[in-house]
Design a protein around this ligand. Structure first.
Ligand SMILES: [Zn+2]
Length: 276
């Protein structure tokens, strides 16, 4: 890794964007969403079960799979890489994290500005059944608790989203929204679903406004997220890649370190802010 061999003098960065992928959480022991699990769910293909079609057909089975994944997330801890990013923010640097991970580990480490491109496994939202809404004779209502389509009309107009936050990803029957009765699901982007437009807009803003972008453990294979570091380069930001398996970005960015987040980030961030 030879971080000490890169001369960072003159790298004045006022706004830093840290873009993280699965590699960021690998050392915390979190399997990637695409990887098959071991044990009970070893024969289940994530690309078949983490979809809106699977949930419509077998909500309990899909819920159970997410509860199992949630168990791995809840027992994991932020690693030295997550902590180094959070420490940088606490030192007064303007840091925005854009993550493809759904494990909440940046927040648990202490980062406060986190854009979650693929959602958060530990947060729930209502299941919006587009097919049922289309087939219904009356237009769908928007439930004030979950902001999803109401399945019936006896919702509580005084309810609020706090009710929903008390419901957790726990083993048992699939929970329902206390307002409208809609089935609840993890607030993650499933296969076949688009990214949330608000998250994507916020990510583009963070990329276009930063002076320095550090891409950490992101394979850069899936659009539109893969374009984010390239956009930062186009806009004139300095770009660094940290990845045990460097991507095509490594040849075009300003510095590249073939190592893991926990190995590289603490030293890298200390080097950068020691010289600016
Ligand atoms: Zn609802």
């Amino acid at each position: 890794m030879k971080i000490s061999h890169v001369d960072f003098s003159g790298w004045q960065a006022n706004k830093v964007t840290i873009f993280t992928g699965a590699g960021m959480s690998a050392e915390s022991g979190i399997p990637t969403f695409r990887d098959r699990m071991t044990g009970l769910w070893a024969r289940t293909d994530p690309m078949e079960i983490a979809t809106p079609w699977a949930f419509r057909a077998h909500p309990q089975r899909v819920w159970d799979w997410h509860v199992h994944l949630g168990g791995a997330v809840l027992t994991a801890s932020p690693n030295a890489g997550h902590r180094a990013v959070a420490d940088l923010e606490q030192r007064g640097v303007h840091v925005t994290v854009i993550t493809q991970n759904i494990d909440n580990l940046h927040q648990r480490a202490g980062s406060t500005k986190v854009i979650e491109l693929h959602g958060n496994l530990l947060r729930l939202k209502s299941f919006v059944d587009e097919e049922a809404a289309f087939a219904a004779e009356r237009p769908p209502m928007i439930c004030p608790v979950c902001n999803g389509y109401a399945a019936w009309e006896e919702h509580d107009p005084y309810a609020n989203r706090d009710d929903l936050l008390a419901i957790q990803l726990l083993a048992g029957p699939v929970p329902h929204c206390p307002g409208c009765g809609a089935l609840l699901r993890p607030d993650v982007v499933w296969f076949g679903e688009p990214l949330a437009p608000e998250a994507l807009d916020a990510a583009w803003d963070a990329v276009e406004q930063c002076d320095l972008l550090i891409a950490v453990g992101a394979s850069l294979e899936v659009e539109p997220a893969a374009s984010l570091p390239w956009r930062a380069l186009q806009k004139g930001a300095r770009v660094i890649e940290v990845n045990p398996a460097p991507t095509a970005l490594a040849e075009h960015c300003h510095a590249s370190f073939a190592g893991s987040a926990a190995e590289v980030l603490p030293t890298l961030l200390a080097s950068l802010w020691a010289t600016t």
